[in-house]
Design a protein around this ligand. Structure first.
Ligand SMILES: [Zn+2]
Length: 219
């Protein structure tokens, strides 16, 4: 998510477009929805079709036709998940599915295997997290998480698909807090931030539906 934010933010600056940060963050973790499929349907397809560059490009064709350059930061956010993040760490990606069933990654190119729990990955993830948080603060983008905006509700997806498994361990048995506490802190930061965003939006909706006075629709 940190990587997608930095890339999307950079692209939006270069292209002079506005970005919806919650949507950008959700797109960046959406490929890992196959973890949920795996749990629900016992499917062995992690890092499969949802991590394919071809699938991502096909899905984005209509988005590019409609939104043109505005779609670029979101596309970069989505493909950075598997083309940079998962490619460096773990590999084993069906990057060209359905054209090819070959698995891709840095390790497949002959480099040493980097696991999620390796010190290289921990250092990479923490560095990206710190840089992204600094940009979030300096650019004042953090404010979006404290506003009651309907689009903030998309953050329920990372809350349940990524942040719960990686922090409290649900639906798995091992918590990141036990395995890699340093990374768990970064995850908990996003968990709290996204929970605030969802909560702020629900409070705004409640006030709008049941409160008196301000009936202005949510942005
Ligand atoms: Zn992934």
């Amino acid at each position: 998510m940190a990587l997608a934010y930095l890339l999307g933010k950079g692209a939006s600056k270069v292209l002079h477009t506005k970005i919806n940060i919650p949507l950008l963050l959700v797109l960046s973790i959406l490929p890992d929805i196959d973890i949920v499929f795996g749990v629900l349907f016992h499917s062995p397809f992690h890092r499969g079709p949802t991590h394919s560059l071809i699938v991502a490009a096909l899905i984005f064709i209509p988005v590019f036709i409609i939104y043109r350059k505005k779609a670029v930061p979101y596309f970069l956010g989505l493909i950075s998940h598997f083309l940079i993040g998962d490619f460096i760490v773990g590999g084993q990606l069906l990057l060209l599915w359905p054209l090819s069933f070959s698995r891709f990654g840095l390790h497949e190119l002959g480099f040493p295997f980097i696991s999620i729990y390796s010190s290289v990955n921990v250092a990479l993830e923490l560095s990206l997290f710190v840089i992204a948080t600094l940009v979030l603060i300096i650019s004042r983008d953090w404010k979006v998480f404290f506003k009651g905006r309907l689009s903030n509700l998309v953050l329920i997806i990372p809350l349940t698909t990524v942040l719960l498994p990686s922090t409290i361990g649900y639906p798995f048995t091992d918590s990141l807090l036990v395995i890699e506490p340093a990374l768990a802190l970064a995850h908990i930061f996003y968990l709290v931030l996204f929970s605030i965003a969802v909560f702020a939006t629900l409070v705004s909706l409640y006030r709008r539906w049941f409160g008196s006075g301000n009936k202005k629709p949510l942005a």
